[in-house]
Ligand binder design. Structure first.
Ligand SMILES: [Zn+2]
Length: 98
């Protein structure tokens, strides 16, 4: 099985024991690496304070650079930082109009 690392977005083989994968459950795993790569769209929201919100969407999201999108709801999956930038990873995100 293959999965996507939600922090880096890299697709790769899952080496975790069944049910103990840090990258998610069965519906976040794929039978091919192509499937894992195609299954996600990294959406980064950047606020004026440079804080980033990252969401690995499980479908293709058609957005333009600098487009303003409204998040209806989302759950915080992970608080952290990446390359020195504060980064909050979201899950279960719902966007208005998508
Ligand atoms: Zn896994």
């Amino acid at each position: 099985m293959f999965r996507v690392n939600p922090t880096t977005g890299d697709a790769g083989p899952c080496r975790a024991l069944s049910g103990k994968c840090p990258f998610g459950g069965a519906n976040e795993h794929f039978t091919s690496i192509e499937g894992a790569e195609k299954a996600v769209t990294r959406v980064t929201f950047r606020g004026e304070d440079n804080h980033e919100l990252v969401w690995w969407a499980s479908k293709h999201i058609e957005v333009e650079e600098d487009e303003v999108v409204k998040v209806k709801s989302g759950k915080i999956k992970k608080l952290g930082s990446y390359n020195g930038v504060d980064q909050t990873t979201l899950k279960n995100v719902r966007l208005e109009g998508f």
